[in-house]
Ligand binder design. Structure first.
Ligand SMILES: [Zn+2]
Length: 213
């Protein structure tokens, strides 16, 4: 089965015993929580000059259509806001429905839920968020889990800057209003939301937050 990992592919070697060796290199230092690998019946298709989408063969064309219009646009936009993209390629792995966990900003390959493949390109701003993590969170990361909000705070800021450039200031403002309203939700709702959004928050920490409600 093909392998994808959080680096740049440097080759495949047939080991002659029915096994294959896939090699990747990641020259930018990353914390261990950002490393991921996936294996399966994965096919890839181009969605831009420096991007591919990877997913199952039956889902490939729909995923390509969903992402090919916006991905390079998002990259060029954030390059104007911050500085050139540092990870060489920006790719998206669309996860299977049996593992539909949101978006995870693993370097080189963002892991994304299949629910963004909705057939109307209405949910692709998730990619703007995960791409923004290529700067805030991945190039510069939090020193401890206590400060993970810094990763998400700056990334949400950059995501909304992309939204403003691509969709207009009104879209950014509306996104900020929705985000602010979420902050005003009752504590227990916020805790559930945090738990859903962050794989990295330990169950014990969620319990501790619940205890404070
Ligand atoms: Zn995030």
């Amino acid at each position: 089965m093909p392998i994808l990992a959080s680096g740049i592919a440097t080759g495949e070697k047939d080991l002659g015993n029915g096994s294959k060796l896939y090699s990747y290199v990641q020259e930018i230092p990353i914390p261990s929580y950002l490393f991921a690998l996936a294996s399966g019946d994965i096919k890839q298709a181009s969605i831009g000059p420096r991007s591919v989408v990877a997913t199952g063969p039956r889902e490939l064309q729909a995923a390509k259509w969903e992402l090919e219009e916006s991905t390079e646009k998002f990259i060029q936009t954030i390059e104007k806001i911050v500085f050139p993209y540092q990870w060489k390629t920006y790719n998206v792995l669309i996860l299977p429905p049996s593992f539909p966990y949101g978006g995870m900003e693993n370097p080189v390959y963002t892991y994304a839920t299949p629910t963004i493949i909705s057939g109307d390109r209405e949910n692709v701003d998730v990619i703007a968020h995960e791409l923004s993590h290529s700067y805030s969170g991945n190039l510069v990361s939090n020193a401890s889990w206590e400060h993970f909000w810094l990763n998400e705070g700056w990334t949400t800021y950059l995501e909304r800057r992309i939204q403003a450039a691509v969709h207009g200031e009104a879209h950014r403002d509306f996104s900020a209003i929705i985000g602010y309203e979420v902050l005003l939700l009752p504590n227990w709702l916020c805790v559930v939301r945090c738990a859903c959004n962050s794989w990295n928050m330990s169950f014990l920490k969620v319990l501790a937050l619940l205890d404070k409600c």
